[in-house]
Ligand binder design. Sequence first.
Ligand SMILES: CC(C)(COP(=O)(O)OP(=O)(O)OC[C@H]1O[C@@H](n2cnc3c(N)ncnc32)[C@H](O)[C@@H]1OP(=O)(O)O)[C@@H](O)C(=O)NCCC(=O)NCCS
Length: 175
Amino acid sequence: MIESAQLRLRAWREDDIATLHLLRNDVALQAQLLARVRGSDAAQVRQWLQLRSSAPDSLLWVIAAREGDIALGYVQVTGLDAIDRRAELGICLAPASQGRGHGRAAIAALLPYLRRTWGLRKLSLRVRADNAPALRCYASLGFQPCGRLREHVFIDDAWHDLVLMEVFLETACPA
Ligand SMILES: CC(C)(COP(=O)(O)OP(=O)(O)OC[C@H]1O[C@@H](n2cnc3c(N)ncnc32)[C@H](O)[C@@H]1OP(=O)(O)O)[C@@H](O)C(=O)NCCC(=O)NCCS
């Protein structure tokens, strides 16, 4: 478990499924994550959680408020490569929990853990160029833009550019 002043990043539990089910089926929210909703039921959400938590190249935490331990969202690390010492980051907060500093606090708590415990050197991600909160959040944590994929995803009848970002953990969270 990883803790910050207000948050806890912890393993998923059965009683998180109702919240995570809503998030996984929120079309607008998943479009921010570059995912297309297929209409998962609770069993499919459980399967996704089990897979992400057990696959050797991925990690997943529920982001919960320390007070009450209620799920606010999730953060996942995928494509974990032990030789290249890099991985990709994805984060999703429920709409009601956005814009309160939780995104930044969750990632800020995660970065030193990924560096020290998993030996990661670099994290990267892809974010829609029109996702201002995410871009600001990542930039404030030391992620830097390192490329752009133009008109890369088609969402809501429009093409969207993606910004590629990366952070070197040694720089973002020195020992
Ligand atoms: C992206 C996300 C993780 C950011 O977390 P958050 O808790 O909402 O953001 P924070 O409150 O930590 O704020 C981070 C920065 O974004 C800014 N911000 C927050 N909401 C904003 C908005 N609607 N418009 C512009 N900037 C915004 C904050 O002011 C802050 O910047 P600052 O320090 O310069 O003031 C969260 O909004 C989220 O889960 N969004 C939906 C899914 C998503 O887009 N995931 C990322 C896909 S790559």
